[in-house]
Design a protein around this ligand. Structure first.
Ligand SMILES: NC(=O)c1ccc[n+]([C@@H]2O[C@H](COP(=O)([O-])OP(=O)(O)OC[C@H]3O[C@@H](n4cnc5c(N)ncnc54)[C@H](O)[C@@H]3O)[C@@H](O)[C@H]2O)c1
Length: 370
């Protein structure tokens, strides 16, 4: 087949803005329809981004011209929507997390294999210039052998800005499952698969209050830990120390550092697609002394993974942001949570995954290749 791959977007909430803005500019994709449980919201998003139609999920899944479903629903709906899309003969790109638990994640992978379709998954930030430049630097030996990593994400909580933040404090979210995919996917890209984790968690408050939008002032229940600190062992011998927190008044986000035998590499925010990297050598005491390396590669932003998936489908090769990769990241998160719930006892991570090939520096999601 030649020509653009037909795409249907399910879930017309906050993040659909970033996706739709980008997807409609990709020559290898044809965004044909937006669907949501709320058809008015789907219609508004379709109109705003020039998508020709909108409607219900079943109307979208009934269309023959849609090959990829972009699943931007809330975490609890990711697997059910993905299974419905597979049943309708469609490949899937899901927002993170891949699933709420390992059982449903494995069932989704098994079903995709059975029917011969793909279940790719966010984050596609790992395809962005920041992480890809980091991979190239590590592979060129810029800091010698990577030994340890340090990541930090801490804020007071997304109810400060998200108009419907309940799902971000429900099972399948919290700082670990909501932000962990960016940091952990980056660590796996840079250090390889993880083998073991030990963690501690806590919950500062049992309820939170929405700070913006039509529901401002409304209280909602917190179901998950809102602070998690993990010590992760990687199969290759490196270790990482990672903090994910929605309960710190001091914001500190986007910290990813890899210390090696010859230097320390700091990467840009793994929730972004570009930025600057820095290499530190022994004897440097000030940030101004570190060598600055600009990120080079694609800065297309969210949706890059959908383009990469579409091209992989047409080429008959594996996609880079694969379901298997996302399942391994889910396994790290589930194991981290289990350790935190069992007084920090170490948990073996039983899944593993091959690291996908790095992207060429010239990779361009907007150009027409199909
Ligand atoms: N908001 C962000 O900044 C952000 C950033 C990156 C990733 N994400 C991820 O994107 C996903 C969506 O987040 P959001 O902030 O857009 O949420 P949201 O609540 O703003 O939007 C979710 C939309 O999905 C729809 N929906 C829910 N279940 C559905 C179903 N079964 N069938 C059809 N539609 C359904 C809802 O009606 C709603 O319009 C989450 O997985 C989140 O982790 C969000």
């Amino acid at each position: 087949m030649s020509g653009p791959v037909g795409v249907g977007v399910i879930g017309a909430g906050v993040i659909s803005n970033q996706y739709l803005e980008n997807l409609v500019t990709a020559a290898d994709l044809a965004v044909l329809m937006v669907a949501d449980l709320d058809p008015a919201r789907a219609a508004a998003q379709a109109a705003a981004y020039g998508v020709p139609s909108s409607g219900t999920v079943s109307e979208l899944l009934a269309r023959d011209d849609i090959e990829i479903v972009v699943n931007l629903t809330i975490p609890a709906a990711h697997v059910p929507v993905a299974l419905d899309a597979l049943a309708a003969g469609k490949h899937v790109w899901s927002e993170k997390p891949f699933a709420l638990d390992l059982e449903s994640g494995q069932a989704l992978l098994d079903e995709a294999h059975r029917v011969g379709l793909r279940v790719a998954c966010a984050p596609d930030t790992v395809l962005g210039a920041g992480v890809q430049t980091g991979r190239r630097l590590l592979e060129s030996g810029a800091i010698g052998t990577p030994l340890t990593a340090f990541t930090a994400f801490q804020v007071s909580g997304p109810e400060a800005w998200h108009p419907n933040p309940d799902f971000l404090y429900a099972r399948g979210a919290g700082p670990l499952f909501d932000m962990g995919p960016y940091y952990l996917s980056t660590l796996v890209q840079l250090l390889g698969p993880a083998a073991r984790v030990a963690a501690r968690g806590s919950q500062a408050r049992a309820s939170r209050i929405i700070a913006s939008g039509p529901r401002q002032g409304e209280s909602f229940a917190v179901e998950v830990p809102t602070h998690v600190s993990a010590l992760i062992d990687f199969e290759g011998g490196a270790t990482a120390q990672s903090t994910f927190s929605f309960q710190s008044s001091r914001p500190r986000v986007g910290v990813v550092e890899i210390a090696g035998t010859e230097g320390t590499l700091s990467l840009p925010d793994p929730n972004m697609f570009d930025g600057e990297l820095r290499i530190w050598r022994d004897g440097m005491f000030d940030e101004s002394e570190a060598e600055v390396v600009p990120a080079t590669g694609s800065t297309f932003s969210r949706g890059a993974g959908v383009v990469e998936l579409a091209r992989a489908i047409r080429a008959g090769r594996p996609e880079r942001a694969s379901g298997e990769f996302a399942f391994h990241v889910l396994d790290i998160m589930v194991s981290t949570q289990l350790s935190a719930e069992t007084d920090g006892a170490a948990v073996d991570i039983t899944s593993t995954v091959p690291i996908p090939p790095a992207l060429p520096e010239t990779w361009n999601p907007t150009e027409q290749t199909l």
